[in-house]
Ligand binder design. Structure first.
Ligand SMILES: NC(=O)C1=CN([C@@H]2O[C@H](COP(=O)(O)OP(=O)(O)OC[C@H]3O[C@@H](n4cnc5c(N)ncnc54)[C@H](O)[C@@H]3O)[C@@H](O)[C@H]2O)C=CC1
Ligand SMILES: C[N+](C)(C)CC(=O)CC(=O)[O-]
Length: 472
């Protein structure tokens, strides 16, 4: 059995709360220290969002949540922890003080990651008892959904420890991007700063409002960036001649006055007020919590689309999900599927579309098939089952964010025939929400006609049918 891991989160604001949720929902125990008397409430709200959102990304149930505790001191928070994530305000003096407290009580083998947006790891390590223990692990908001973590180490860092840190990040569904050389603001924040600077000029110069700038991003290049990034996108934009042609064509523009480059507009009270007023006009009708929910729903739908395509962050989700696939156990009925209903499965009536029930019962039957030996390798060998008839009953409404379980029984299993009765139940109270009587026939994938299963699969199906008829 693998050891249950413990994370210590120091600073539980926007980012610390997101880290806590990411670890907790992946089954780690989490201890938090934050002197803010409101911290528990604020983290509770972030956790509420995360519990609703993160499980929707996956087609299997996530591990059981870890235990969450709030501590009174840094020392009791970090003692014995495997991972310590510092997310205190972006001030070097505060960070140094916190590292001294952390290193006075934590294990020497623990990872200390800093969420810093801009400091170099060598700056963080200055004056530390064990400098090599501290590395930048820079996340993106919301940490519970966005996978990128920029990992930046120094010559004082032990390479094996950095590798171990990256492995631990991967195990909770994150994407550690190793930054080769330390630099202010790592990689991604340099882009964000450049874009932000340009946007401030466009508002100040009266060229565009905050809403128009957001539209320029979300209706255009913002969608492209999520799937191909910058260089692959521009390679395609070069046409058949690719990147070289793109550079020949657009290279000269770099010298034209298209951007303000390093100029920073004076953030006067007047400019700050103008931006705040435009932002209020654009989004002031929604609370921050409502905007967070809207953001999370959009992110989930987009990432699930990439998951289906197996690209970018979607490929990472597919890899991570493999670690969640359960091993079925024979029972009457057998628990064939556990999952959360994603936001993109609902329809005009605000509940799960009937087509998705078909998906759920089909996924459940694939798990039963795999259990009896008709697994991926068997199918790759040219044999499988096809569904020829289903009768589905819809008994209760199913909503996005609800966790459901499918319990399956083999009600007929002879020769080419395999019949299952599936019940989809709400995980929280066991209420049966839908049933599906599914009749399948064994087929050859070469002839696309029925044929007998392999002797082993036939034996397994018969055994399961006998077991399930006893218990029914
Ligand atoms: N907000 C963002 O978009 C992002 C922020 N970051 C980085 O994450 C870090 C934290 O930023 P946010 O969460 O946005 O700030 P925040 O202001 O939301 O949270 C900071 C938290 O630290 C707590 N704190 C203050 N002194 C402390 C101490 N001595 N010990 C423990 N907790 C203490 C505060 O009470 C507060 O809850 C910064 O280094 C920032 O650069 C990284 C990625 C994105
Ligand atoms: C604005 N910011 C520098 C704090 C942004 C980040 O660090 C990353 C993010 O989530 O955008």
């Amino acid at each position: 059995m693998t050891k249950k891991l413990t994370a210590a989160v120091i600073g539980g604001g926007v980012i610390g709360g997101g880290w806590a949720a990411r670890f907790l929902l992946n089954g780690w125990d989490v201890r938090i220290f934050d002197p803010d008397p409101e911290a528990e409430r604020k983290i509770g709200e972030v956790l509420g969002n995360a519990r609703h959102a993160l499980p929707m990304l996956y087609d299997y149930a996530m591990p059981a949540e870890g235990a969450l505790t709030f501590q009174e001191t840094v020392a009791e928070t970090v003692e014995g922890a495997d991972w310590i994530q510092e997310s205190v305000p972006e001030r070097l003096d505060i960070k140094h003080k916190v590292y001294a407290e952390i290193q006075g009580a934590c294990d020497a083998a623990a990872i200390i990651g800093s969420s810093t947006s801009g400091y170099k790891p060598s700056e963080l390590q200055e004056g530390a008892a064990r400098p090599g223990q501290i590395m930048v692990c820079h996340p993106f908001n919301p940490v519970y959904l966005l996978p990128l973590i920029e990992v930046v180490a120094t010559d004082a860092s032990d390479a094996a420890t950095v590798d171990r840190a990256c492995g631990m990040l991967t195990s909770v569904g994150l994407y550690p991007l190793r930054v080769r050389k330390e630099i202010d603001a790592h990689i991604a924040d340099r882009f964000l700063e450049a874009v932000w600077r340009e946007a401030l000029w466009l508002v100040k110069d009266g060229i565009a409002t905050t809403e128009e700038i957001d539209n320029a991003i979300r209706y255009g290049f913002g969608i492209r960036w999520a799937q191909m990034g910058l260089f692959e996108t521009y390679r395609v934009a070069g046409g058949e001649a690719g990147m070289k042609h793109f550079i020949d064509q657009f290279g000269p523009c770099l010298k034209w006055p298209w951007t303000k480059l390093m100029d920073v507009p004076d953030l006067t009270d007047e400019l700050a007020q103008m931006i705040a007023d435009q932002s209020d006009a654009q989004s002031g009708h929604l609370t921050i919590r409502q905007l967070e929910r809207k953001r999370d729903g959009n992110l989930i739908a987009m990432m699930r689309a990439l998951k289906q395509q197996g690209n970018a962050s979607g490929r990472l989700l597919n890899e991570h999900e493999k670690t969640m696939r359960p091993t079925l156990e024979a029972g009457t009925p057998m628990l064939s599927l556990r999952r959360t209903i994603p936001v993109d499965w609902t329809d005009v009536n605000g509940h799960m579309n009937e087509g998705r029930y078909g998906q759920i019962f089909s996924d459940a039957s694939e798990e039963v098939m795999a259990y009896v030996g008709a697994d991926d390798a068997y199918i790759a060998g040219g044999l499988s089952y096809f569904t020829v008839e289903t009768t589905t009953k819809y008994l209760a409404e199913t909503h996005a964010g609800e966790a459901v379980e499918v319990h399956s029984r083999v009600t007929e299993g002879k020769g080419k025939k395999l019949r299952c009765l599936h019940e989809m139940r709400r995980a929280s109270d066991g209420e049966v929400m839908a049933t599906c009587d599914q009749f399948m026939l064994h087929v050859s994938l070469e002839t696309r006609r029925t044929c007998d299963p392999s002797p082993q699969v036939q034996k397994n199906v018969e055994r399961l049918a006998a077991l399930h008829s006893e218990g029914s």
